[in-house]
Design a protein around this ligand. Structure first.
Ligand code: NAD
Ligand code: ZN
Length: 254
């Protein structure tokens, strides 16, 4: 599929949405860049600056846990102030209108919930970085509490006061098991939709990247909106290499 121009792409997208009964958006970091949260793989993205900490290294050393929390607090000026962008608001409008039963996201920024989509209809494949949890007893901890403990201990990541387990942002790191209920729900939504909208994802992180493929094989139309080409462009029914906010803005209803 050759990428459509902004005008043709937007018109084609609106027509496909109009015809569809169930639209499932699948979002990645690209939908949140206009909100001030950098993605991983764009030029200047987070990965050009630092290597992510895999789960086994987080478990293995206090230094890595300290480093993981240092990084998270350093990102707070991005995450803490971010508001939903045009892409989030457009998808929330489709949700309110009953076209979208749920959003499957790789994002960890909580912005779909902030845009008005009910938390149980935001399927987070990689968790959420706006709070933390104990890896052993699953108790939830707010970041403000972790930050206080971290500072009081001179930059040392706290363990769970109840069970002694390690406390980590509620995200899924490389090497960490995928959350089963979210994977199941994502699969159900994907199989039940007739239009699958991949928005702002480089589609290289597995197993998440398998969902567009499942949708397509199951007979749904596949639309990809992403500034850069992806490996799945060739199997998509419509490809738009333009700015997400600009493409989705016409869908925002008030
Ligand atoms: P990615 O960084 O691999 O890809 C993002 C894609 O979005 C890129 O291909 C880029 O070209 C495109 N893009 C960026 N801004 C755009 C814009 N305004 N318009 C159109 N396209 C735009 O992100 P990914 O595929 O989501 O995978 C990375 C992993 O990183 C995810 O699993 C996610 O958990 C995590 N992550 C999340 C956030 C977040 O929650 N906002 C931010 C960074 C990374
Ligand atoms: Zn615990």
């Amino acid at each position: 599929m050759i990428a459509a121009s902004l005008q043709d792409g937007t018109a084609g997208l609106l027509a496909l949405i109009d015809k569809a009964e169930s639209v499932v958006p699948f979002t990645g970091a690209g939908i949140s860049t206009e909100c001030g949260i950098p993605d991983f793989r764009s030029p200047g993205g987070i990965w050009t600056k630092m290597r992510p900490i895999p789960f086994d290294e987080f478990l293995a050393s206090q230094e890595m846990r300290d480093e993981a929390w240092r990084r998270r607090f350093a990102m707070e000026h991005h995450f803490g102030n971010a508001k939903p962008g045009r892409g989030h608001r457009a998808l929330a409008s489709l949700y309110r209108n009953g076209k979208v039963p749920g959003v499957v996201t790789q994002n960890i920024d909580n912005l779909h919930q902030a845009s008005g989509i009910s938390a149980e209809d935001v399927v987070e494949l990689h968790g959420n970085s706006t709070y933390a949890s104990c890896l052993d007893c699953a108790a939830r901890y707010e970041l403000s509490w972790v930050r206080q403990q971290f500072a009081a201990a001179g930059g040392r990541a706290p363990d769970c006061p109840t069970c002694g387990g390690h406390i980590k942002t509620a995200t899924v790191s490389f090497g960490q098991a995928m959350p089963e209920p979210a994977m199941r729900r994502a699969e159900e939504l994907t199989r039940a939709c007739d239009l699958f909208l991949a928005v702002g994802s480089s589609l290289v992180v597995w197993p998440a990247a398998g969902f567009p493929l499942v949708a397509k094989k199951n007979g749904a139309r596949l639309v990809i909106v992403n500034r850069e080409p992806t490996e799945f462009d060739q199997i998509a029914d419509l490809v738009i290499h333009e700015d997400i906010g600009t493409v989705l803005a016409p869908l925002i209803s008030h």
